[in-house]
Design a protein around this ligand. Structure first.
Ligand code: SF4
Ligand code: SF4
Length: 205
């Protein structure tokens, strides 16, 4: 068993804790580590980090660990942890904020595909108020290709992957699962205002 002791340094932990609480709207300080959230998290086994541990990292000001763990990138936002939490702490919202914070800090995402998915989703939703599958898939593939090139991926493998994806796209279109029509929602101006406000807030930080 590890005998490593935990050192609590408020001057280190407070800035991270405060920012996460302000931006996620979650009272992280209320967590008393009962681990009810951990018992129900469907990705906890795979990520190695459960919601209670993530909250502990934030409380201790462990920024690198909080940004670079698979739970942040693989959380499926099922809200099971928050439903079970006696203190109503919604870790899914904390995970969203940690993704955003690591992006703002220009930290290379631990899972580039999830980061590309996240960016493509948000960009497409900002254009139409809802995700347009064709635009979303194109943005996702472009960003994936860019990050693979950045990581030194070979052209041949990348072209093969694009061909596979194109085949998948065509077969989805044939089954009417991919649409060319660009539907917009009625309240698009409100969505655009929300995005603009969120952008302003993130520039202010
Ligand atoms: S269920 Fe809530 S209080 Fe319990 S460990 Fe998880 S976040 Fe903390
Ligand atoms: S919302 Fe995320 S962290 Fe919470 S239980 Fe679901 S997958 Fe796990």
């Amino acid at each position: 068993m590890s005998s490593q002791s935990v050192v609590f340094k408020p001057e280190i932990s407070k800035p991270l804790l405060q920012e996460v609480m302000d931006r996620s709207g979650q009272n992280v300080l209320a967590c008393y580590q009962c681990r009810r959230c951990a018992a129900g998290c469907p990705v906890g086994d795979e990520t190695g980090v459960t919601p209670d541990r993530l909250i502990r990292m934030i409380l201790l000001g462990e920024k690198n660990e909080a940004f670079n763990n698979l739970l942040v990138w693989k959380c499926v936002a099922c809200y099971t942890c928050g439903t079970r939490c006696p203190n109503n702490i919604q870790t899914a919202r904390i995970n969203e904020i940690l993704k955003q914070m690591s992006k703002e800090a220009h930290i290379e995402p631990l899972n580039p595909k999830v980061a590309a998915f996240h960016n493509a989703f948000l960009t497409s939703a900002s254009h139409f108020g809802r995700v347009n599958e064709l635009e979303f898939m194109s943005l996702y593939e472009i960003q994936n290709t860019r990050s693979e090139l950045k990581r030194g991926g070979g052209w041949r493998a990348i072209v093969d992957k694009i061909k596979d994806r194109a085949k998948l796209g065509i077969s989805m279109m044939k089954k009417k699962r991919l649409h060319f029509k660009l539907d917009k929602i009625k309240g698009l101006s409100e969505i655009k205002r929300l995005y603009a406000k969120a952008r302003e807030k993130s520039v202010d930080r």
